[in-house]
Design a protein around this ligand. Sequence first.
Ligand SMILES: [Zn+2]
Length: 194
Amino acid sequence: MAFILGILVTNVVPAGAEEHADVLLQAGHEGRPASCARFPRRPCNLGAPGERQMTPLVADEAARRLRAAGLVVARVPADFTQHYRVRAAVFIHFDGAYPPCTSGASIGYPPGSAAAARAWRAFYGRYFPFRIMPDDFTAGLRHYYGYRSVDPNSNTLVIEFGEITCPAQRAWLVPRARELGELLARFILLRLHG
Ligand SMILES: [Zn+2]
């Protein structure tokens, strides 16, 4: 009976508790606007047109492949209350720009993940045929709210896979959602296993 109670108790995770996983994957903007009501002080950013449809496709494919490789993946939407201890945390986005085609792919990271950002730039630059903007080039990338939901680790990145408001980039990105997820999974495995 004590054994059974132990199982029951450990399965009850209070809001705000720390959860352990190997990798946290967030699909940017997923679940909004419905989830915004629970976080009234957080801007209810719905993303660029088409972005909210793309990020779950990339996140789900990356999660599927990482789990197939034996990793524990926490796959979260835009708004969540848990805090995570992980070895890698990737927040998946696509950029929107006005006027269109003034942006590209980009990378955001908190202090401590500069090496991971450099590695992603080199890795993704071999596939992405458009420009990659300077790291942390917007305040949103420098101070992304999701950074606070994970313990410091050396692989915390906001990845914007491209500018979805630019027709040429959009035409390249949209048919490749699963491929982008596969690329991301390969990159994370390289970071964690070398
Ligand atoms: Zn976004």
